[in-house]
Design a protein around this ligand. Sequence first.
Ligand code: SAH
Ligand code: MG
Length: 213
Amino acid sequence: MNNIELKKIKEKALEEHIPIIMDETLEVIEKYLSKNKPNSILEIGTAVGYSAICFTEFLAENGVIDTIEREADRVKEAKINIKLAEVEDKINIYEGDAVEILPTLNNKYDVVFIDAAKGKYPFFLKEALRMINKDGIIFADNILYKGYVMSDYNKHKQRTAVRNLREYIKEVSENPNLETEILEVGDGLAVSRRTNRKALKFILILSFLFSFP
Ligand code: SAH
Ligand code: MG
């Protein structure tokens, strides 16, 4: 991919105050992607396609990214950017509200990247869990939301977002099939790996039973 194009896309997005992924957050995700070479990524929140375009570099051969964006202007710009970056064959954009689109999807994904309406994170998690592959990973950006999530700051405008981000953290932490870390990079990144505790338990029980003579 052409790095000059990518830089231009990033600079234009920043100028237009489009909330694209922060460099240090991108670095953490890319490190994971380069190690695991996913076949499929689901992104919730395309904006102008910047993060999706960055991720294409780390896909397995013939890997794809499905990404969802509800603002028509952004979808339009994302399509232009994706063409500029020559990755049209790797990114599918779904235009519309992820709350409506997600329940219609039935694919399996190695990676899910949640980066859209903070008030909907618990719903996005439920849908991500339905579609994530075993050993897959779910990233959620902006999970600490400028520090509001970990403080007692509770101003009206952000109250719903903060409540739902806290709910997300609680759910990923308590889910026995997930191993979660909350990283303080950028605006906060939740990293949840889907393990398979149930299968593991089953194997442990079996090996215990068969260990008797
Ligand atoms: N991932 C992008 C940035 C996404 S910004 C990048 O790093 O380059 C968040 C985007 O999510 C915004 O463009 C916003 O319009 C979109 N969004 C927010 N809520 C959404 C929803 N419910 N469905 C679809 N898109 C949504
Ligand atoms: Mg973000």
